[in-house]
Design a binder for this molecule. Structure first.
Ligand SMILES: [Zn+2]
Length: 707
């Protein structure tokens, strides 16, 4: 039995390695050469092969020990019951190790401490397995004897399958885990034991010695392959790209293994795609603050900077002459969550998803290429409110970071110049513990407290619009001259996409997404209609935007917070109100500009720490000089570290975690499908240099401390 299992497991590992190797070798489009393809395939197969053979040996060893240690009384017992006692003992072992690992992860222990804890956990894990083995073996045998029928085996098997089912179901319903693991690794993991069982049956007559004669050299070659892959991963960009973009499992393996190669614990590895140029010094890493002339290449780019340290000071573009704007007007900011620009009519969508927003866009300034500074709410909104990049915000280390009072937010600045400030959020991220309520006189959390995480599964736009209208009606009765700032958050385009009978665009997720946009637009229409009435008309400016986009598989992922492709960060942005003539602004602008724009309208000071500049500059006859736009995806437990620079028409993406660089020409390739890094080396160097200097010399990156 043990030898058949060993043979089956080794052959199963070979088969899965072959599948991964062939997929990785054939996946990349031309012009990758045969040699590079073969190498990529071999590198991709190696870890699977090595792990599979080691696991086969371990499993066979365990089974052999299990059979050898069978007590006299169990020799005549039902072999299934005996095997089940063994598998339950093994599950006990895995459960103890997994629990300890989970606790160590939750406790955010340093990698070294976590490894030590995991190793220590082996003791109780082995103890549990041993105790379980002894107890269950005896219990099953005596139960079968008492009932004179082999029932414990099938019962134990059913229970084990139920447990496995529960684990798989739990894992599959954890979106973050699914995203982190990807689709294929679980499939490979499940396929291995199944293939093992089938192949063990077919090859049960093959002597273990013969298999060992195959497995040992194979394991040696696989180990060499893994070592070579680690050692030369960074030296062959084409092979690296094939492995990262076309492998089924390898990328996840590297993703999980890379932190082990971060010698100085600064979050950046020196191997496996990590670009840490000095893995012994935690102050030196890609994007670190570059201190000029200190004899050290702090940011691992371009050597030690000779230049003077330049703060990113954006000259406030003077308000164009001749603009006749309302004095101390009311300001209304509408955030439509998860709305990608190319699903809005005025941005060219083929469906009538947004008549109200289209009308508003036609009446004011429509920014054709507005970019969020992050691909999800928790990055984009705080950055917009503070007009600082997400990495500059003073925040906690939590996955959902808490904003510290040190950040000066839009509402605080408006309140300081006498505005009444009101916010109606629609997501738990706006609970007070996250700090986004800073500066708001009224922060309406009723919906959030009532529904909490269920907001994603309920229609909330109508409720938010009702609240806003109630507030406006009350306000309309109030003769006080104090202007107000009202922020409302319409959340419905965010997953889960609910079906709407009133508008039927189809049954697919993307169709329902469009129905949600149409529903949200109807709520926006209600608010805009009210603002078009007395006493708000002629005294109110409205900004409507989205905080990020949504992916539907165009780049291999769904939802948002996944990447920095345009489907994640290209958002609609409209500014409308008295004295602003209709106009489409083509050059890219960041959402960082929203706060300076509202401050400019309010007549509040535009201080030097604001990274954005007032968009009113685009309302005049002479357009201001466009400037590059930057966005960030900060590494967290589910996501890699990424940065982009958009300097029209080019967009350069830098995947810091794996050292990936891609360059796109958005004017001819809006879908970002053709990497021009090699074809356009001059543009590549120009944008990459600017991006690296921006990161290490211009912005003030804040690294949260663990509490
Ligand atoms: Zn969002």
């Amino acid at each position: 039995m043990a030898q058949a299992l060993f043979t089956g497991a080794v052959l199963a590992a070979c088969l899965l390695g072959l599948v991964e190797g062939i997929q990785t070798a054939l996946g990349p489009p031309a012009p990758l050469g045969a040699g590079a393809r073969l190498l990529a395939g071999a590198y991709a197969a190696a870890p699977l092969l090595l792990t599979g053979i080691l696991a086969a040996a371990a499993a066979a060893g365990l089974v052999a020990v299990w059979i050898r240690t069978r007590p006299q009384g169990a020799r005549r017992a039902d072999p299934l019951a005996d095997a089940m006692a063994g598998l339950w003992a093994l599950s006990g072992f895995v459960i103890v190790v997994a629990l300890t690992g989970g606790l160590a992860h939750r406790a955010r222990l340093e990698p070294a401490t976590a490894t030590a804890v995991a190793l220590l956990a082996l003791v109780p894990a082995v103890g549990t397995a041993w105790a379980l083995a002894r107890t269950l073996r005896g219990a099953f045998a005596s139960l079968d004897r008492a009932l004179r029928h082999p029932v414990s085996g099938p019962l134990a098997l059913a229970a084990l399958l139920a447990l496995l089912g529960a684990v798989v179901f739990r894992a599959a319903s954890d979106a973050a885990l699914v995203q982190r693991l990807g689709r294929w690794p679980p499939v490979f993991l499940a396929a291995w034991p199944v293939l093992t069982g089938a192949l063990a049956r077919v090859t049960r007559r093959v002597p273990a010695r013969a298999t060992a004669r195959l497995a040992v050299p194979l394991a040696a070659v696989a180990a060499l392959g893994v070592a070579d892959a680690v050692a030369r991963f960074d030296a062959q960009p084409a092979v690296q790209a094939a492995l990262l973009d076309h492998s089924l499992v390898f990328r996840r393996v590297v993703d999980l293994a890379q932190p082990l190669f971060d010698g100085d614990g600064d979050g950046y590895a020196g191997w496996l795609g990590g670009e840490d140029c000095d893995d012994t010094d935690p102050a030196v890493y890609p994007g670190a603050r570059e201190i000029p002339r200190n004899g050290r290449d702090d940011d691992c780019f371009g050597g030690d900077s000779p230049g003077v340290h330049r703060q990113l000071r954006v000259a406030a573009a003077p308000r164009p002459a001749g603009l006749r704007l309302a004095e101390r007007p009311n300001l209304v900011l509408v955030t439509i969550d998860t709305l990608r620009a190319d699903h809005v009519g005025a941005w060219g969508h083929h469906r009538p998803t947004s008549p109200a927003l289209d009308r508003l866009a036609a009446s004011g300034l429509r920014f054709a290429r507005a970019y969020a500074q992050g691909p999800q709410t928790k990055a984009s909104i705080p950055s917009m409110f503070a007009s600082r990049y997400t990495s500059e915000l003073i925040r906690s280390h939590h996955h959902w970071a808490r904003m510290r009072p040190d950040n000066l937010m839009l509402a605080e600045r408006l309140k300081a110049v006498g505005y009444r400030t009101v916010g109606i959020p629609a997501h738990p991220f706006f609970k007070r513990m996250y700090g986004l309520q800073q500066g708001f006189d009224e922060w309406d959390l009723e919906l959030v407290q009532d529904l909490d995480r269920k907001v994603a599964f309920r229609l909330t736009g109508e409720w938010v619009a009702d609240r806003a209208l109630t507030w406006l009606d009350t306000r309309a009765q109030d003769p006080s001259p104090t202007p107000f700032f009202l922020w409302i958050h319409l959340f419905d385009p965010h997953f889960a996409y609910k079906d709407h009978e009133a508008w039927d665009f189809g049954e697919a997720d993307v169709d329902r997404y469009d129905e949600e946009i149409r529903y949200t637009d109807a709520q926006l229409e209600r608010v805009l209609a009210r603002l078009d009435g007395a006493p708000f008309k002629g005294r109110t400016y409205v900004v409507v935007h989205s905080d990020h986009g949504e992916g539907f598989g165009e780049h291999g992922y769904r939802y948002h917070g996944q990447h920095l492709f345009d489907d994640q960060i290209h958002v609609p942005l409209v500014l409308a109100g008295p004295g602003l003539a209709p106009r489409t602004v083509a050059p890219p602008v960041p959402l960082l500009d929203v706060t300076p724009t509202l401050l400019d309208l309010a007549g509040a000071p535009l201080t030097g720490d604001l990274r954005g500049r007032s968009l009113l500059a685009w309302a005049g006859d002479r357009a201001p000089t466009p400037r590059p736009v930057f966005a960030e995806m900060l590494a967290d437990s589910n996501h890699s570290d990424r940065r982009v620079i958009i300097d029209w028409p080019y967009k350069l993406q830098w995947g810091i975690t794996f050292g990936e660089h891609t360059l796109y020409d958005l004017s001819v390739d809006p879908g970002e499908t053709r990497d021009l890094s090699r074809e356009k080396p001059t543009e590549f160097r120009r944008l990459y240099g600017h991006l690296r200097r921006w990161m290490s010399e211009e912005i003030e990156v804040y690294r949260p401390v663990r509490e």
